[in-house]
Design a protein. Structure first.
Length: 451
């Protein structure tokens, strides 16, 4: 208590400001395969900069996002470099296997013999380049996909991705009949100045589609021909500050894209397609991880929103360029409902993975997901979620107050065969064939889709 008997005291700090510490050197040890330049590209600190603890932590987290090293990566060391108080920073990593080779076969009544072969290397030549090859074959499907990406073309700031595909498929979706799709896409990206986590992308793609003589697509042939061509130019903006990938525990991701088809670009159909999505994650706490080398169990809250609109006539490309809602395998995700069961006209019964209707596709959609998850480690994630969304015939029909709802639990994991997931969700707004409310549970299986 102060001498005047008041309950307040005065405090005073005296500080002496000196020359701030400067980063002298950055050293990296343990990268036996990955090139050092690839690692340094992930750092937001550079020699000669004033030392910043927040930037140091962000750089350390970015190394973990690469997925090339054993986690948790040891915390970086700092040591005094000279009498002026400058510091050296030391990162230590341990390489892990990154490439995957997977193959398999299956046999089923009505589907015959099928299989798949896949090669994927996210750290090609140890230079952070990515190459992948996927081939799926069977009685009703024969898909071949090849892609290559370089984050820094000729050590520049420009990234590039080239992808090619050829898909022969017998569609049960809306009785589309048989189609052969052949196409390629070339994309270049550059970072925004003073924003290392934001990039602008320019994309050009071309696709040739040959339709069979049966099915609904026969009504969409151009000039009596059974072939259609799509030429598209796209512009997109992406920002990603997430950490602890592939199951983020903090940060955000934003994407806005505009794609222009036809017109001066040529092609069968002329239309514009716009999409946007945003997701944010916040840590809720963690358990364990105090022992060196151990990983804590982390709890996280996440919120995601997606929307899109199409203007113009998509013609025969409606099944790939318009929006379908329901399930997890095709189109936009809405768990607790069968594939394609949410249409612009409302809930539709009788749909399934291989059975949809032309009316299931709309030119505008909105969906959102809120979740609370538990990240057990880098390969296993459990969550409780709430989904909501809808699809509309036209963008002007957009009404976010009319959304179909679903909630449930999910489990996601990363295996040598790729990402796998199971969702068990309750569809609140399902109907029976007579139009009466009939909410029920639905089990979903996800392959190649993390979240």
């Amino acid at each position: 208590m102060a001498p005047d008997s008041s309950h307040y005291v005065d405090l005073r700090w005296e500080v002496e400001e000196r020359t701030p510490a400067v980063i002298n050197r950055i050293e990296i040890f343990g990268n036996d395969y990955t090139h050092e330049t690839c690692i340094r590209d992930q750092l937001v600190i550079l020699p000669g900069q004033v030392f910043n603890q927040e930037a140091l932590i962000r750089s350390w987290q970015s190394l973990g996002n690469l997925g090339f090293f054993e986690t948790p990566i040891p915390s970086p060391d700092t040591r005094t470099a000279n009498e002026q108080g400058d510091v050296d920073i030391v990162f230590r990593v341990k390489e892990k296997r990154t490439g995957n080779v997977n193959f398999g076969a299956s046999m089923g009544q009505g589907t015959g013999v099928g299989g798949f072969i896949g090669l994927d290397q996210p750290n090609l030549f140890g230079q952070c380049k990515r190459g992948s090859l996927q081939w799926q074959f069977g009685r009703y499907i024969n898909d071949f996909n090849l892609s290559y990406s370089d984050p820094r073309i000729r050590q520049s700031l420009i990234s590039g991705t080239l992808s090619m595909y050829r898909s022969l498929q017998r569609y049960f979706i809306a009785d589309l009949g048989r189609s052969l799709r052949t196409g390629a896409q070339l994309q270049f990206g550059v970072p925004l100045p003073r924003s290392p986590f934001t990039r602008v992308f320019l994309t050009y793609g071309a696709e040739d589609v040959t339709f069979g003589t049966q099915g609904l697509l026969g009504d969409f042939r151009s000039d009596g021909s059974n072939r259609s061509f799509r030429s598209t130019l796209g512009l997109s903006l992406a920002r990603d500050t997430r950490i602890d990938l592939p199951f983020p525990t903090a940060g955000a991701q934003y994407n806005v894209a505009a794609n222009f088809n036809g017109g001066v670009l040529g092609g069968t159909s002329s239309f514009q397609r716009y999409t946007a999505d945003a997701s944010a994650f916040a840590p809720l706490g963690q358990v364990g991880g105090s022992r060196p080398g151990s990983q804590p169990i982390k709890f996280v809250a996440g919120l995601t929103a997606r929307t899109g609109a199409v203007f113009g006539n998509t013609g025969p490309f409606f099944f790939s360029q318009e929006f379908a809602l329901g399930g997890v395998q095709f189109g936009e995700r809405l768990r607790g409902y069968e594939e394609f069961s949410i249409s612009p006209a409302g809930y539709v019964t009788g749909t399934s993975t291989f059975n949809a209707q032309r009316g299931s596709f709309g030119k505008a959609f909105f969906s959102t997901t809120a979740e609370v998850g538990m990240r057990l480690n880098q390969a296993l994630y459990l969550a409780g979620f709430y989904d909501a969304g809808n699809v509309w015939n036209r963008p002007r029909d957009f009404d976010p107050t009319r959304l179909f709802r679903g909630a449930g639990i999910s489990a996601s994991t990363v295996t040598p065969l790729g990402p796998l997931g199971l969702d068990y969700a309750y569809g609140f707004d399902r109907l029976d064939a007579a139009g009466r409310k009939a909410p029920k549970w639905q089990l979903h299986f996800r392959l190649g889709q993390l979240f």
